[in-house]
Write a protein that binds this ligand. Sequence first.
Ligand code: BG6
Length: 493
Amino acid sequence: MATRIVQVEPFDLVVFGATGDLSQRKILPALYHRDQQEQLPPEARLIGTSRRAMSDEEFRSFARAAIEKFVEPEFRTPAVVDRFIARLSYVQAEASQEEGWPMLEKALSSGKDHARIFYLAVGPDLFGPICERVGRHGLVTPLSRVVVEKPVGRDGASADALNDAIGKVFPEPSIYRIDHYLGKETVQNLMALRFANALFEPLWNGSHIDHVQITVAETLGVEGRAGYYDTSGAIRDMVQNHILQLVCLVAMEPPSSMEADAVRDEKLKVLKSLKPLTNTDFENHVVRGQYGAGSSAEGAVNSYLSDLGNSDSKTETFVALKAEIGNWRWSNVPFYLRTGKRLPQRSSEIVIQFKNVPYNVFMQTTGHLQPNRLVIRLQPDEGVKLWLSVKEPGPGSLRFKYVPLDMNFAEAFTKRQPEAYERLIMDVVRGDQTLFMRRDEVAAAWRFIDPILDYWKENVDDLKLYQSGTWGPTAAVALIERDGRTWYEAPQQ
Ligand code: BG6
């Protein structure tokens, strides 16, 4: 059955930081794809803004180059590219200077009744000043929304300050805090799997689940983002947001509806139930590592310190963490979380490890049975595998094989899977906050992360080096093996 694409209402999207990396790699290609799918109405406009001096034509050439580079050739139709490019204009404006802002006012004056989106694709230090100017110039209309990227803040206190600054100009229902993991197709499928199927929910608790593993592994290093990354590290860059959001989707209670606040209320309860790590916990519950030289698919690679050009950095590029959720459903079910750069393969997976059968009637004939495992593969090769023990065909004594019931999305759905940003930007235009983090969620996530950051500040020497191309420091293996469990290594594709 063909998917019905519903055109959105007219909108103006102002992108601050329009000439930056995010705009080039994600925002412009995402909007192009939506245009290609006929989802943008004729009136939709994009106004690029940054402090660089640029004409409309220069910005359009920049956008053309971005589409050329980041949109797959089979989707680049000249007529659609031209139509998309014609929607773009450019205004030079800076958060700290008055110049340029009257031009922005003028550019927006003709679309007062359209949804108006301010996308802050800039560093968090500019969130407050940009919002302040937007407010001062009277650019906020009843249909205005602001989009900010993660991580919101460096810790709970700075996140509060940022949220206060944004909140002075935009009310909470107009603030869209993007976590692009929530826009990934398979991440949304996690909700479908849990709440559109009756099969799993009765088993989805500590009586039947032994533990949960979430791995977000990357082969890349810090690439051109060392400056940002070194002030952030893996815990702020990945754990505080993407990974804790995944924990929420696995662990939340079924919401009463799919309304934004019904879903976010349930996610918030999970974040609030995360057991804070106490002083005695840290050594056994958290491991942080930094990649050394080694190898990756491209061949020999440098250490983080040489990528950075700073031999003193103690920033972590790997984190493994044992988290526990203090509520009835998840009592005694550890959540093992890990993420890192320069790991052996790019793979993001959620593994639900079920308990073994209560009594093995096959013990005499076949020996030990492997417990069921549900593997939700977020990327690449999106899909779901349910591992079962089945009888190997053939006469003679019973022999079991542990095989997956395999649902590969690329095979099941042959269409192109939209990128997370496509979905999320259209949600902003429609005014749907379901897949965006509410302020209290951000604060609750920091309440769990802050004690870890404080501990690391006091204990700089526990940073462990790992060779690029391996699964992180050996301490991460010990973290789970201490509990008699092992990390699930996804088979190489
Ligand atoms: C970003 C992080 O949010 O997510 C990056 O800042 C990371 O460091 C990226 O590489 C991973 O996203 P994806 O979609 O490639 O898994």
